[in-house]
Design a protein around this ligand. Structure first.
Ligand code: SAM
Ligand code: SF4
Length: 342
């Protein structure tokens, strides 16, 4: 299938009501996952019926509509993107748009369990960087947080990614009473492997057993702890995303901090998220959304999709409302991260 992409000069660049250019799409390709990370999903998570989920061809057509409106980077996410059947078909199709110069990058955020089999194929398809989520290097802790015994597969996957030539960034959710003491070790390991590592504060997305406040760990505290052990120099490296970066000693690795609760980062937001059912969410931390699936399945697909995207730009909020107030997380949204796409 060839993408019906119009040169961007013929269509309007996506720009929101605050003048922010939207050139980055995070596309969730499934809500399913082979792990059950406690901060992300409940054990007995009810997944969407397959009939509600866009087909790979539809995800491809949606991507085309965004590319035509000036989106230059697409990150596939989920749920776990690599458990979606035939996902390599979509990745190859998007990789071909990078080759044609219509996209700057196709990449993904993954838990890494499928990388032992797919890393080399991803590189061949045009992927050059992957974010791998890893909160601990201890098998017991991994099982405790993800409710699955798969650390070995993830570490093997990370090795396969590195061997395939993929640049790896590790994403770690920082949690009190869980990996607090392990974070310096994770930073040492990642820098030793030549990886960047980004720490993320837990966000109040969807209900999880046990609540979130008890495990909330402000990254300001973690940064103070890391300063005792590493020389962290502020870096002007930016990805247009929420992370602030630091160089780590004299290594080539960077430490990123994503601090939605302690430091709002929405001013330069350049992204929107689309779920695997075709809902566009203009902000991870707000509920406003528009259904693109009906437009995608209509007779005047292109026109209707463009109309929806224009409407979405008018609705993109200034920012999220996540914050800590009197020991309680506020600004919660009811969707789990796995539904919107991380
Ligand atoms: N399954 C893939 C993975 O784990 O990388 C992609 C989807 S996952 C939802 C994307 C990212 O969201 C992961 O790095 C995960 O740690 C993070 N995440 C999930 N729930 C979160 C929450 N409530 N707060 C902060 N980060 C969260
Ligand atoms: Fe799955 Fe990623 Fe959520 Fe963990 S964070 S349960 S790996 S979607």
């Amino acid at each position: 299938m060839d993408l019906p992409i119009k040169p961007q000069s013929e269509s309007k660049q996506l720009t929101d009501q605050f003048g922010r250019t939207i050139n980055y799409l995070r596309l969730s390709v499934t809500d399913r996952c082979d792990l059950r990370c406690r901060y992300c999903m409940a054990e007995d998570m009810v997944f969407l019926p397959k009939s509600d989920v866009l087909t790979l061809e539809e995800l491809y057509e949606l991507s085309a509509a965004f590319i035509a409106r000036g989106v230059r980077r697409i990150r596939l996410t989920g749920g776990e993107p690599l458990v979606r059947k035939n996902i390599m078909w979509l990745i190859r199709a998007l990789g071909a748009q990078v080759t044609k110069g219509l996209l700057d990058e196709v990449t993904l955020t993954t838990n890494g369990t499928q990388l032992p089999n797919l890393a080399a194929e991803l590189y061949e398809a045009g992927v050059r960087r992957v974010n791998v989520s890893l909160d601990t290097l201890s098998a017991d802790s991994f099982k405790a947080i993800s409710r699955r015994n798969k650390l070995e597969a993830v570490l093997e996957g990370i090795k396969a990614a590195k061997n395939a030539g993929l640049q790896v960034k590790i994403n770690t959710v920082a949690m009190r009473n869980f990996n607090e003491d392990e974070i310096p070790g994770l930073v040492s390991w990642a820098t030793g492997e030549g990886f960047d590592l980004t720490l993320i504060e837990t966000m109040p997305l969807g209900d999880v057993q046990g609540g979130r406040e008890s495990s909330y760990l402000p990254l300001t505290a973690v940064k103070n702890q890391l300063d005792q052990r590493f020389t962290l120099k502020p870096s002007d490296y930016r990805t247009g995303g929420p992370a602030r970066y630091f160089t780590v000693g004299d290594t080539r690795s960077r430490l990123g901090l994503i601090t939605p609760l302690t430091n709002n980062f929405c001013d330069g937001c350049n992204r929107v998220r689309v779920t695997c059912t075709g809902r566009i969410y203009m902000c991870l931390g707000q509920d406003d959304h528009i259904d693109l699936r009906a437009a995608l399945r209509s007779d005047s697909k292109e026109e209707n999709l463009n109309r929806c995207l224009d409407k979405a730009m008018g609705l993109k909020p200034k920012g999220h409302d996540f914050a800590m107030s009197d020991g309680e997380m506020i600004g919660k949204v009811n969707r789990h991260m796995s539904q919107t796409g991380g």
